[in-house]
Design a protein around this ligand. Structure first.
Ligand code: G3H
Length: 487
């Protein structure tokens, strides 16, 4: 209930994707451990959040917006004091390069300050009165209740906070479960949460999500589920809620974003952006380009340039300067990627680039796989790793049909120098995905832009402003205008 509980009972060992040489060969380095909350402890944390909300009468949901902002600012100052520790933990826990770990931290702090500014604007609007048909109306933004917040391993701080902070600042109380890979880095922030917010407002639980989260959902006490993760898990969790129709879900889920390289594309630009889009953080981004359609007439030239560009990427340890390719945190990922590549080979594809797909413990060298077709896993599955499936096409209808038939609907990138081709693609594609990128890679930012997806890719919309709306209700205080009614 806002207190740091004593650490007793079961613990989970944490192993870094960064390996060290041992007498038994290369092995993931042990970097710490965390307590595993029991179901009972998790339910107590849930009750603390429920009590702190107190059906909307608690100190936090009734606090003025200005005071809530002051608490979040206080938290952010304390968070900044922990920057060095948090950044190093991001790097060690998920293998993200040091430079990108710093970016993740800085982007998160910028997001918090942008959220505060956006809330001040919303609050200014709420203080206005509007008179319509004899009613004086004040429109407010009110909290929803208890939010269960879960973030992903690939942006364990940033993506978690893009839901946690807006949910919090709107007056909700929270139950927060950090991702399995990306737990330790939240430790240094526990004290900042405890000392910045009233008791029971932010409750962090550690442990096995598959044991504790279903019970939390079944309790029926969660008002909002927010999860950046897999659609399968989101569907399973939602079903457990006894009043699923009353549950609000803000979800960022799977994606299989495509790049379409048309016959009139600037190939150098298309290659550069494809490599950034497909292989930044080893392809472990929901926004990554996960399949590339290239016009058959350009395919060989495209593959040659792509191979050259990939060979220029530096791989190594996350702390090395200029490093682009780093070890993967998920233990099963190298085997899964190998399986996808072998499956593609069985159906006639080849790995185009030298050393593509080679595995060294937690490290997988990027593989360009060509030609990919609908028989292969790489055609439909979200590989979430450093593999670039390339599909040749003759007619632009082929990638459009691919996106229509896909169960995902997040983003697409079109590479073309022909304005007529671009405009003929925008309308059909913007109705399949939630973001169409022209001559640039798929990505989430800038964070002020809406971030969502169609089909299995998302539920609800995030962005600095949209998130504030998502975690609140637009409520109304309506007063009879007695002056008006005299007439
Ligand atoms: O994993 C999904 C992230 O939201 C990706 O964000 O496009 O800025 O890397 P990003």
């Amino acid at each position: 209930n806002g207190a740091l509980l004593p650490w007793a009972g079961e613990v989970n060992e944490v192993f870094s994707p960064i390996c060290i040489q041992t007498k038994d060969g290369l092995q993931r380095k042990r970097i710490g451990s965390y307590p595993v909350c029991t179901v009972k402890e998790s339910m107590e944390a849930l009750d603390a959040a429920v009590n702190a909300f107190d059906n909307g009468r608690g100190e936090w949901p009734t606090m003025s917006v200005a005071n809530r902002i002051a608490c979040v600012e206080r938290f952010t100052h304390k968070m900044l004091e922990q920057k060095d520790t948090v950044v190093k933990l991001i790097m060690w826990e998920i293998g993200k390069s040091y430079a990108d770990s710093v970016k993740e931290f800085d982007r998160t702090v910028e997001y918090i300050y942008a959220t505060i500014d956006a809330l001040k604007d919303i609050d200014r609007d709420s203080s206005r009165f509007q008179i319509e048909q004899g009613i004086i109306a004040q429109v407010r933004r009110s909290p929803l209740g208890v939010v269960l917040c879960m973030g992903p391993f690939n942006y364990p701080l940033n993506e978690t906070f893009t839901t946690l902070i807006p949910a919090l600042i709107m007056g909700n109380t929270l139950l927060f479960k950090p991702p399995k890979h990306g737990t330790l880095l939240h430790y240094p922030l526990l004290e900042a949460f405890r000392s910045s917010f009233p008791k029971g407002v932010v409750n962090t639980i550690y442990g096995r999500g598959n044991k504790i989260v279903p019970q939390l959902m079944q309790s029926g006490k969660i008002n909002v589920l927010t999860l950046i993760g897999s659609s399968r898990v989101a569907d399973e969790l939602k079903k457990l809620h006894p009043k699923v129709n009353r549950l609000r879900a803000i979800l960022g889920l799977d994606a299989k974003n495509a790049a379409i390289v048309t016959r009139d594309a600037d190939l150098d630009l298309a290659v550069k952006e494809t490599v950034l889009g497909a292989l930044s953080f080893n392809g472990q981004r929901c926004t990554a380009i996960k399949i590339v359609y290239v016009h058959r007439s350009l395919a060989q030239e495209f593959l040659k340039k792509l191979t050259e560009e990939v060979s220029r990427l530096k791989y190594g340890m996350p702390w090395e300067s200029g490093v682009a390719l780093t070890p993967l945190p998920e233990v099963n990922k190298p085997a899964y990627l190998t399986e996808c590549i072998e499956d593609a080979k069985q159906f006639g594809a080849k790995v185009i680039n030298p050393n593509g797909g080679e595995v060294l413990e937690s490290f997988v060298y990027p593989a360009i796989v060509y030609p990919v077709n609908e028989q292969m896993k790489l055609y439909r599955e979200e590989q979430f790793g450093p593999v670039v499936p390339v599909v040749p096409f003759d007619d632009l209808e082929e990638p459009i049909e691919y996106l229509i038939g896909s169960s995902h609907g997040q983003q697409v990138s079109i590479f073309s120098n022909n304005a007529a081709v671009i405009s003929s693609l925008i309308d059909p594609l913007v109705n399949q995905v939630s973001r169409v990128n022209i001559n640039c890679q798929c990505q989430r930012g800038p964070d002020i832009f809406p971030f969502t997806g169609r089909k299995d890719s998302a539920e609800g919309t995030l962005s600095v402003v949209d998130a504030l709306r998502s975690f609140s209700i637009r409520s109304l205080v309506a007063t009879k205008n007695t002056e008006h009614n005299k007439d």
